[in-house]
Design a protein around this ligand. Structure first.
Ligand code: SF4
Ligand code: SF4
Length: 315
């Protein structure tokens, strides 16, 4: 496994980062024991970097694994926009993972300079926490080219977690080339960069090798977060990141393992999920219930987090 320093933060991370969203209640909803076993296998194989969020509900899995691998690098994120929400969500992260510091704390889904400005109080709070040693690095996650560029120009931001994959799936305000140029610019500014949705949230899994070839060879990334739910997926992904030819049987089983968004009949058509989806993938259908445009959906599961009826889920 290759390890890189995450920009100027001094934090050393494995090239493969464990994306934990897929284990938790928004997706597979594994038991703590089973979910922790998947992360543990990755840690045994050299993955030292794990991505989570306030929203994902995966702190309990991570806490379990940190008992055996206390030095894993943990990156979390929240929708904090002011002092109070930043304090609450950071405290929840620290309590959730059972440590008195977190390596990286990011602000979710930043769209550009205006959203960064709107979240400035949270950034100031996190900067103070960085001085006090509670947070080692501050960052943003984004599906927007303008989000990457704005963060690149902001000295307080150490880390950027942008969406990028070979088809440009999920980039909201531009195409793949725009995103590549923005990431290269952020790299030139010394930002730590780890990619999300290299497999397009699962859409590109049937062409796994091509998706990984692209992302592994893209030169401006320190690490790449990949969502994993099963031990076979971990073993295949680590092999690919180590430049080995993966076991064919395991590879076929992973390729045939599709994820989908399901909307249950008890959907009331309230529209909360539609307002939540940044990809414009949801709308109200003729039956007055939410419906998904599978071509636009990147299977992030964020819509599920706002459904009070628990009627929408990625499985
Ligand atoms: S939030 Fe839930 S109940 Fe409301 S429209 Fe979406 S799926 Fe239906
Ligand atoms: S429909 Fe839901 S899972 Fe799909 S992109 Fe939108 S928020 Fe994400």
């Amino acid at each position: 496994m290759i390890y890189n320093s995450l920009g100027k933060t001094g934090i050393k991370v494995s090239r493969l980062c464990f994306g934990s969203l897929t284990l938790g209640p928004l997706q597979k909803n594994l038991s703590i024991k089973d979910g922790a076993a998947v992360i543990r296998r990755a840690a045994e194989m050299g993955v030292n970097f794990i991505d989570t969020a306030d929203l994902y509900g995966t702190y309990p899995y991570i806490k379990e694994v940190l008992n055996d691998f206390p030095n894993m690098v943990v990156s979390s994120k929240s929708y904090a926009y002011d002092f109070k929400t930043a304090e609450e969500t950071l405290n929840r992260a620290l309590a959730g993972i059972g440590r008195d510091y977190i390596d990286c704390f990011l602000l979710h889904e930043q769209e550009g300079p205006l959203t960064l400005k709107g979240h400035w109080e949270a950034i100031e709070y996190l900067s103070r926490c960085k001085d006090e040693g509670l947070v080692r690095a501050i960052g943003i996650s984004t599906h927007h080219v303008a989000g990457v560029r704005a963060a690149a120009e902001t000295p307080e931001i150490d880390i950027i977690h942008p969406i990028i994959n070979y088809k440009g799936v999920g980039i909201v305000d531009g195409d793949l080339e725009d995103m590549e140029q923005a990431i290269s610019f952020a790299w030139s500014k010394g930002k730590g960069i780890y990619a999300m949705k290299a497999l397009g949230g699962g859409h590109l899994i049937s062409d796994l090798q091509r998706a990984f070839d692209y992302i592994i060879n893209f030169p401006y990334l320190h690490s790449i977060a990949v969502g994993m739910q099963r031990i076979e997926e971990v073993e295949i992904n680590v092999d690919i990141f180590n430049g080995k030819v993966p076991n064919k049987e395991k590879l076929d089983s992973v390729k045939n393992y599709e994820r989908n968004l399901f909307i249950q009949d008890w959907c009331t058509g309230c529209g909360r999920c539609i307002r939540r989806c940044q990809q414009g993938a949801l709308s109200i259908g003729k039956d007055k219930k939410s419906q998904v445009d599978a071509k636009k959906c990147i299977l992030c599961g964020y819509c599920g987090s706002v459904c009070k009826e628990l009627a929408i889920k990625v499985i």
